[in-house]
Design a protein around this ligand. Structure first.
Ligand code: NDP
Ligand code: MG
Length: 391
């Protein structure tokens, strides 16, 4: 029996993860569900999959949950404590981390230190300190299996190669991006409304990552995540705009051979693979029909029109605490944009101003606590910058 804990179970990845576990059927069980505050969705999931544990982060929601918990279910504490407890449950075989943002850092670290198999959707902690978290995973014999479709594609292309040999074998990573809703938009993006940015042409996802996809920051965050996951320099990562989202990324090896992973764009496939790895099982994703694909297009991204992508590569190049500061500033800016307090183009401005105020340490001296501290500093700085820009 494989026991799965799902952090962020009520979100876009979490809901698909529950479907994937149910699809896998006998021998698979949801052990724990964690959300932020959506008690209604959590209760519905709990009655469907009958977990042994639930938790919610938000204190008011937690008090309500504690007052009338689902029958036979143990309620873990609120806040980070609950997420950490959930991530390190003794009975858990696989921890799926699908919360949004840097809040996933502590539970990810806890799952690593509990030597779990980790299905990782939550990319933000890997942006903050990917290399160090991978080092920690090696130390504790934890396995991190990416869920995000692009890192999953690369992971699948690298199957069979010793992680220590990735650097010597790989000459380039082709990181694909749909281009988001504004890839073909002409003219200024300053007046883009949140509702427009929240309408992704290919994927149905949570609000934060959907906005990140529209600014292309998501691709920058993925590039940094991939660099940490596979210990490859950021200079080996090339972003390809590929509007059909059929090739989910690829690897060019030293001999010039390219392996790419393809499928219809459906997160249920990489989610399930992160659970069944190294095996495979029939998934709920519709198989790819090559005869229905009229064409596959590839183009270079426009770094000037999408400055967030350029800022991410800049932060990655600087190393140290810069990626953590980039991520935190972006989280603050996106929240402000979604709530109508900043314009679309202000997102990059807030990140840029925060990064230019950042006085980072050299790469060698980054520690897990320095990455977390930089996150806190950058949040305050970005909030102040956003306040200055608001009109
Ligand atoms: P959603 O916004 O749809 O869902 C987020 C989930 O996390 C919800 O269950 C939410 O609970 C929960 N959550 C948020 N904050 C907290 C908290 N402080 N404590 C506990 N739970 C919390 O996001 P997505 O599913 O789209 O994305 C999740 C992660 O996966 C992100 O890091 C994203 O970048 C990554 N990802 C997502 C993809 C996708 O297709 N959606 C693709 C690749 C990566 P509640 O419902 O109560 O608010
Ligand atoms: Mg992705």
């Amino acid at each position: 029996m494989k026991n799965i804990v799902i952090l962020g179970s009520t979100g876009s990845i979490g809901v698909n993860a529950v479907k994937a576990v149910k699809n896998l059927g006998k021998g698979w069980r949801v052990l724990g569900l964690a959300a932020n505050s959506n008690l209604k969705a959590l209760a519905a999931q709990a009655s469907e999959v009958k977990p042994a544990y639930v938790s919610v982060f938000d204190y008011a929601a937690w008090k309500q949950l504690k007052a009338s918990p689902p029958r036979g279910v143990k309620v873990l504490p609120p806040g980070v404590e609950g997420l950490v407890a959930m991530a390190s449950l003794k009975e858990a075989d696989i921890v799926l981390n699908a919360v949004t943002g840097a809040v996933g850092f502590a539970p990810l670290l806890a799952a690593i230190r509990a030597s779990k198999q980790i299905a990782l959707a939550n990319k933000e902690p890997m942006v903050m300190a990917g290399e160090l978290l991978m080092k920690e995973a090696r130390r504790w014999s934890a396995r991190i299996i990416p869920v995000d479709s692009e890192p999953s594609a690369i992971f699948q292309c690298l199957a069979g190669i010793e992680p220590g040999l990735y650097g010597a074998s790989v000459s380039k990573i082709f990181l694909t991006a749909s281009g988001g809703p504004f890839y073909r938009t002409k003219g200024s993006l300053a007046l883009v409304k949140p509702a427009q940015a929240l309408r992704h042409p290919r994927w149905s996802m949570g609000p934060k990552i959907t906005v990140d996809s529209s600014t292309l920051m998501n691709k920058g965050l993925e590039a940094i995540e991939i660099s940490g996951l596979f210990s490859l320099p950021i200079s080996k990562i090339e972003v390809l705009i590929h509007p059909q989202s059929v090739m989910h990324s690829g690897v060019e090896f030293k001999d010039g051979s390219v392996l790419a992973q393809m499928s219809n764009p459906d997160m249920k496939l990489p989610i399930q693979y992160a659970l069944t790895w190294p095996g495979r099982a029939k998934s709920l994703a519709e198989p790819l029909d090559f005869f229905k694909l009229s064409r596959l297009d590839f183009a270079r991204p426009d770094f000037r029109r999408f400055p967030c992508l350029e800022l991410a590569f800049y932060a990655a190049g600087k190393g140290g605490i810069y990626p953590s500061a980039l991520n935190a500033a972006n989280e603050v800016a996106v929240e402000n944009f979604i709530s109508g307090k900043l314009r679309f183009t202000d997102i990059a401005a807030v990140v840029e101003k925060t990064l230019s105020a950042c006085r980072g340490d050299s790469k060698e001296r980054l520690t897990l606590s320095a990455a977390v501290e930089a996150d806190g500093w950058a949040r305050e700085k970005a909030a102040a910058v956003a306040l200055g820009i608001r009109r």
